[in-house]
Design a protein around this ligand. Structure first.
Ligand code: UDX
Length: 457
């Protein structure tokens, strides 16, 4: 039986892209004898297909137990009520755990919920903020919040100098929230992530040192930064944890057998995998261009089209698609797909989880960023890590079918794509090394655990 010397309460923001990295980090802590309790909202738990079996999960309330975020009038209303009801119910949970003989000594919280620091202080606990985005994106939000970067920019191609970056970046490559018309309101919320950070013991970032050295060194002078990623299951990386196969929590049911059976019939390095993550919606015109771009390309494809997006597919597209050429599914087991030997290219919206998964599994990318942090991630993929190309939009904001075809060919077949394919392999190795014994993230996690152990009763 494992005896625990420390107990971490993990408080994610209730969203799939937020909770999954924290769940994987929890498993790493648990493997080092830290007890884990994940606290999430009742409404979020209800939407999950399956719950993880390897860590304990407790429910708290965001004040919207029936529909969560969707029940609230605005995001700000949601966050405000979550703060009131959430802090109260979190306090009850901490008391309940103490009464049951398992006192908590640390709270790891998502910075969208900065009030967790006050709760931690009231109980005399250690606290750590866990940023689910990469350090470059956090650095941009930080400087916008501090008023160092004056936004929104006047033109899309305006060059912006951001402290911590060695070169300027185009306005079109900063997170969309920063330049969108509703920027002010959203930036206030994103800026709140940095409130209370002066009171925390650690700032954990879902990235690894080798990937973002420069900006990590810069941010470390401001906050006690520790990179602890990549947070994908150990079985896809260092294989040090003997864990179950579960990836994490999902609101969608993957069509696992259909996908893997189809991939098993494809030649090695021949398939384009296409996905836009869990929330991004494409315009119907974009969907049509993508459909024809894929169909016209020489390569077979596996395309995730969520059921809410299916009506945007061109007329008769599915009926006319032969099973030899392509498979369209509503959701897939993405890590198993990216790991499959038939996959040679990932056409992605560049959500941070997807980007990190492609890095870890060494899959070169064609990027089609849509919003949020995706433009910045795509910029890093293309220009810094050099493991992908960006499919350029036209003046209407649509990526045309010829561009899609061209980018796929470049990444998969052409001599020009050779460096990209080689770099993909290189980053895969670096990601694995970061979490392997003695790697940069492993050392940081060890340090974090040692600190927890020293303050434990
Ligand atoms: C959102 C934002 O859109 C993104 O910009 C931000 O970085 C994180 O939060 P999402 O759009 O869902 O996330 O994208 P992403 O971060 O890539 O996460 C998608 C997750 O769903 C990945 O872990 C991926 O493996 C998984 N997935 C996706 C599947 O398991 N199956 C699928 O068919 C598609």
């Amino acid at each position: 039986m494992t005896t625990h010397k420390a107990h971490c309460l993990i408080l994610p923001f209730p969203g799939q892209g937020h909770i999954n990295p924290m769940l994987q980090f929890s498993k790493r802590l648990q493997s080092k004898r830290v007890k884990i309790t994940i606290a999430t909202t009742k409404s979020f738990l209800k939407t999950m297909q399956e719950l993880p079996t390897s860590v304990s999960i407790e429910a708290i309330s965001d004040g919207y137990d029936d529909g969560g975020f969707h029940q609230a009038e605005t995001f700000v209303a949601y966050i405000t009520r979550f703060k009131e009801v959430g802090s109260d119910t979190l306090c009850h949970l901490i008391q309940k755990l103490a009464n049951s003989g398992c006192p908590v000594n640390c709270i790891v919280y998502d910075p969208f919920l900065p009030w967790a620091v006050e709760v931690a202080k009231n109980f005399g606990l250690i606290s750590a903020a866990f940023f689910t985005q990469n350090c470059a994106v956090d650095n941009i939000y930080y400087h916008v919040h501090k008023g160092v970067i004056k936004l929104p920019p006047t033109q899309n191609d305006e060059e912006i100098l951001i402290p911590g970056f060695s070169s300027s970046i185009d306005a079109s490559d900063v997170p969309s929230f920063v330049i969108s018309p509703e920027a002010e309101r959203i930036i206030e919320m994103l800026g709140n992530q940095f409130s209370n950070l002066d009171k925390v013991d650690w700032v954990l970032i879902n990235s690894f040192y080798e990937l973002e050295k420069e900006v990590i060194d810069y941010m470390s002078k401001i906050y006690p930064i520790k990179t602890i990623g990549p947070t994908i299951p150990s079985m896809y990386l260092d294989k040090r944890l003997h864990e179950d196969k579960e990836y994490g929590l999902s609101v969608f049911k993957p069509m696992t057998n259909e996908c893997l059976n189809w991939l098993n019939h494809q030649p090695i390095n021949s398939v384009v995998y296409v996905s836009f993550g869990s929330i991004t919606n494409l315009e119907a015109e974009q969907m049509e261009e993508l459909a024809w771009g894929l169909k016209n390309s020489n390569n077979n494809f596996l395309w995730v089209v969520r059921s809410t997006e299916e009506s945007k597919l061109p007329k008769n597209f599915l009926e006319e698609l032969t099973i030899e050429k392509g498979l369209v599914v509503s959701w897939c087991p993405q890590l198993q797909v990216l790991e499959h030997e038939s996959i040679e290219c990932f056409l992605t919206h560049c959500g941070w989880n997807s980007t990190l998964e492609a890095i870890c599994l060494g899959v070169p990318m064609v990027t089609m960023p849509q919003w949020s942090d995706q433009p910045t991630n795509a910029k890093l993929v293309k220009d810094v890590w050099e493991m992908g190309v960006k499919a350029k939009q036209d003046e209407k904001g649509i990526v045309r079918r010829e561009v899609i075809e061209e980018c796929i060919k470049l990444v998969m077949e052409e001599e020009k794509g050779k460096l990209i394919r080689e770099n993909a392999k290189k980053w895969k190795e670096m990601a694995r090394n970061a979490v392997d014994e003695g790697g940069s993230s492993d050392k940081n996690i060890e340090e974090f655990v040692s600190k927890l152990m020293t303050i434990s009763p």
